[in-house]
Design a binder for this molecule. Structure first.
Ligand code: FPP
Length: 247
């Protein structure tokens, strides 16, 4: 792995907890509990490498439709894990962020999560972004509503809307776009996750189920990322010329 060419921002769809549990004849929550171990391991791995941003898809807007016991169990697990881990986050200078529809969360969860955000808000190391009750279409719809409101109130003019305007209205406006997106469990989809932000991301899919995913698997993904040539719509020839002129 080339430590000089790490992705600044890694985004992960943590998939396969349910299947992992079923293979062991347990219920789905058992898989989510073990998924937390992988979260710890991967957050630690990213912090050790000096990755600047890690976004984890912890709960999608669509996940609200799962059986009630699973939704409640997952919510409690998320809140309890974050409560337990805040001191470790602080010790490691990790700052927590949330993206998603916080209004959908039960009051106790919103309150606890807001406290954790505040308690880690002065940390300057890894930015750990939890996508919770998040979906990209929800986010883009909210952004458009806000843009429309700002046009109505005269704050912005339609003719001044540029490529950067939508970006400024997304919940990710303070973060660079992910350069590497990882999805576990052998599914080849983006599933309503950061649709706008992943425009130029390298996509990495692995059959490993999330509860089995560890630092070694993360390193493999990063090595694969580094092997790829990121062209941003340019030709290989142009890129080579740019690199040689940088000296
Ligand atoms: C997808 O597996 C996983 C989820 C919907 C939840 C992810 C949450 C965790 C790993 C717990 C996270 C904890 C923290 C602190 C972030 P699935 O249930 O869709 O699996 P399946 O596709 O095999 O059914």
């Amino acid at each position: 792995m080339d430590l000089q060419r790490l992705p600044r921002h890694i985004a992960i769809i943590m998939d396969g907890n349910g299947r992992w549990a079923r293979e062991r004849n347990h219920d789905r929550l058992y898989g989510h509990y073990h998924g937390v171990e992988s979260v710890r391991n991967i957050v630690e791995g990213c912090a050790e490498l000096g990755i600047e941003y890690l976004t984890l898809y912890a709960f999608s807007t669509e996940n609200w439709d799962r059986p009630e016991y699973e939704v409640t169990g997952l919510m409690e697990l998320l809140v309890e894990t974050i409560r337990k881990e805040v001191s470790t986050l602080n010790k490691n200078n990790i700052r927590l962020h949330m993206i998603g529809d916080m209004d959908m969360l039960p009051d106790y969860a919103r309150k606890e999560l807001n406290e954790a955000l505040e308690m880690t808000s002065r940390n300057t190391g890894l930015n750990l972004i939890m996508a919770l009750s998040y979906s990209s279409r929800w986010e883009i719809t909210e952004a458009i509503k806000q843009i429309a409101a700002d046009i109505k109130s005269g704050k912005i003019q339609p003719e001044n809307i540029g490529q950067d305007t939508l970006h400024q209205y997304l919940s990710t406006k303070n973060f660079p776009d992910p350069e590497l997106m990882i999805r576990t469990s052998g599914e080849y989809r983006i599933s309503n996750f950061l649709l706008y932000q992943l425009a130029y991301a390298e996509l990495y899919f692995t059959p490993v189920l999330w509860p089995d995913f560890r630092k070694e698997n993360l390193y493999e993904a990063i090595i694969d990322f580094q092997r790829r040539e990121r062209r941003f719509g340019k030709t290989s020839e142009q890129l080579r010329r740019e690199i040689s002129s940088e000296g």
